[in-house]
Design a protein around this ligand. Structure first.
Ligand SMILES: C[S@@+](CC[C@H](N)C(=O)[O-])C[C@H]1O[C@@H](n2cnc3c(N)ncnc32)[C@H](O)[C@@H]1O
Length: 344
């Protein structure tokens, strides 16, 4: 496939009201030219600092059965996006979000967002926090304090492969997703995520009923996946790629949504980036509330949602206090955050 062939995905749906300075005292609904929806799903898409939005959602008594958070990882990097690509037209590379706070500042910035995420869960709800080796061990301890260690459900290792310049260590090719539940009565649909047993396992059990550890599995029903998952990263030739660095694969979100939400449920993503959670939610008939501080992320998300068939209903909101695109990304207000019982 030639270069221009995939660059048609590197576009965004421009919304002028997102690129002007704004000081919104309340979330402001923006006009959106959107055809009649044909899907059962509604997506509320907010351009906002997520702590501010989370407080507003909490005040409004909104609760979510599933919250997925894919924050910056404390990688020390600045990320870019590709825009204005088209058939045969090379895309331009523009700055997206930056992830270069000092490490302690990063932890102080993230903590209130995790605390409030717990408050926003339904009693049977589940939080997934997606990180990697940079900060995950620190955040695990933080989440244990916020939720209580007994509410830790899984540490999911998402493995992938790809090029790496490293020759002085093993290549760092996995992310870690920490999973916590609000209570012990959490929703988990094991049957929705079953996968076929490996061919070797099937062969072994077919050859002898005495194989394995003494229990013959239901080979036709498939198995609940282990806590390590392989899904390829979204690479250049993948159709889902929209030119937003750190875009997560739909397959990964699909498994998370199938396991921890049901059709008609409310799902929240406070670091929604290019909108993968919203796209998967719409495909699986869940309702999604998405938030990203960066106008470009919102515009990429709109374009992705616009291409879906059936088409979800979309409400676009702005709730900003800034003078330019991503200025309040660094804001770290700590006051007034609801603390969990374990933390008080
Ligand atoms: C790792 S990316 C998320 C990628 C996303 N999961 C996807 O599939 O495209 C992190 C996102 O968090 C956003 N972000 C950073 N600080 C934020 C804040 N205070 N409020 C809302 N979004 C924020 C960034 O703009 C960036 O798009």
């Amino acid at each position: 496939m030639g270069r221009g062939a995939f660059e048609h995905n590197y576009q965004s749906l421009r919304v002028p009201a997102l690129s002007v300075p704004a000081y919104d005292l309340q979330p402001t609904r923006l006009a959106l030219d959107w055809p009649t929806p044909t899907a059962l799903s509604t997506v509320h898409l907010f351009c906002a600092d997520n702590l501010r939005l989370a407080r507003w959602l909490l005040q409004g008594q909104q609760r979510f059965r599933l919250i997925y958070l894919d924050p910056p990882f404390a990688s020390g990097k600045r990320y870019v996006a590709r825009v204005n690509g088209g058939p045969g037209v090379a895309a331009a590379v523009v700055p997206a979000y930056h992830d270069d706070r000092a490490f302690d500042d990063y932890l102080r910035w993230l903590e209130p967002r995790l605390v409030i995420a717990r408050e926003l869960l339904t009693d049977d709800g589940t939080l997934y926090v997606h990180l990697d080796w940079h900060a995950v061990h620190y955040v695990k301890v933080m989440l244990d304090r916020i939720f209580g260690r007994q509410r830790f459900l899984n540490e999911i290792i998402w493995c992938y492969h790809g090029p790496s310049a490293i020759t002085s260590a093993f290549k760092r090719k996995h992310d870690t997703i920490l999973v916590y539940t609000r209570s012990r009565n959490y929703y988990f649909n094991a049957d929705a995520v079953r996968v076929p047993y490996d061919e070797a396992t099937v062969r072994t059990f077919r050859s002898s009923r005495r194989a394995g550890f003494g229990k013959v599995p239901d080979l036709a029903r498939g198995k609940v996946p282990e806590d390590w998952w392989y899904f390829p990263v979204v690479a250049r030739l993948h159709r889902e790629r929209v030119g937003y660095q750190t875009q997560k694969p739909e397959a990964l979100l699909r498994r998370i949504l199938l396991a921890s939400s049901a059709p008609g449920d409310q799902v929240l993503d406070l670091f929604s980036g290019s909108g993968t959670t919203g796209v998967v939610a719409a495909k699986l008939e869940r309702h999604a509330t998405l938030c990203d501080i960066h106008p470009l992320a919102i515009e990429k998300t709109l374009l992705r949602l616009r291409r879906l068939d059936p088409l979800p209903a979309v409400a676009l909101w702005r709730y900003r206090q800034d003078h330019n695109g991503a200025a309040d990304q660094m804001a770290t207000p700590l006051e007034g955050v609801h603390r969990s019982e374990e933390e008080r």
